[in-house]
Ligand binder design. Structure first.
Ligand code: M7G
Length: 206
């Protein structure tokens, strides 16, 4: 018996650059798409744990049809909640990433009708592990999208859009088991793209 997931999900991997000529597109690889709980465990049991990945690797788990890139039409008005674990030795990154993936595929980060969560990401870097959840909008008004609508429409006011994003942030913070004193930050992808890195100014925190 297979237990179907609410969405089909695709796992992607960013392999570390080997030389200076490597660009983002050569490094990002689609791994596999699955649609049931059983297939998820089959994939999980057969891939390298985050703790064993080389520096500059990433895993991305995204809804099927959404590339884990700022440029994807479903991400280009979006942003992400993210947190960097700077004490790499004290964090059980494999367990956290598993729980983040389960929250994504189990759809516990948002109400189903919100349709905000595009995917989750883990980055392995020299100084930290970073885990993020990418959202379709940033809670900002997008000109030309209709009065009061935020990116992606759905007739949402800017306030409602922000409330949905904050709720995702609070749930994500629980999955990451962060104490109230630690801040989770939200930033828009366009800010990331312009700064050339993910380290962009945070718009909100929870
Ligand atoms: P990062 O992995 O988000 O953060 O981006 P880091 O600076 O902490 O490592 C690292 C680099 O990967 C960026 O400067 C870009 O060159 C490239 N990169 C990352 N992402 C998520 C994208 C993307 O969505 N599109 C493109 N074109 N490049 C990206």
């Amino acid at each position: 018996v297979k237990h179907p997931l609410a969405n089909r999900w695709t796992l992607w991997f960013t392999k570390p650059a080997s030389g200076k000529g490597d660009n983002w597109n050569d490094l990002l690889k689609e791994v596999i798409t699955f649609e049931s709980v059983e297939e998820f465990w089959g994939v999980y049991n057969n891939i390298a744990p985050v703790s064993s990945l080389a520096l500059k690797s990433d895993y991305h788990l995204f809804k099927e049809g959404v590339r884990p890139e700022w440029e994807d039409p479903q991400n280009k008005h979006g942003g992400k909640w993210s947190y960097s674990f700077k004490d790499k030795r004290s964090v059980d990154i494999d367990e956290l990433w598993l729980h983040v993936m389960l929250a994504a595929i189990g759809e516990t980060l948002e109400e189903e009708e919100d349709g905000e969560v595009m995917g989750v990401v883990v980055n392995v870097r020299k100084a930290f592990f970073r885990i993020g959840v990418w959202t379709r909008t940033t809670g900002k008004h997008i000109p030309g999208r209709g009065d009061g609508d935020v990116a992606g429409g759905k007739g949402r006011t800017v306030d409602k859009g922000r409330e949905i994003l904050l709720s995702i942030g609070r749930r994500f913070k629980e999955v990451l088991k962060l104490p109230a004193t630690e801040l989770l930050e939200f930033s828009g992808h366009t800010d990331s793209a312009h700064s050339g890195s993910t380290r962009a100014k945070a718009k909100f925190t929870v």
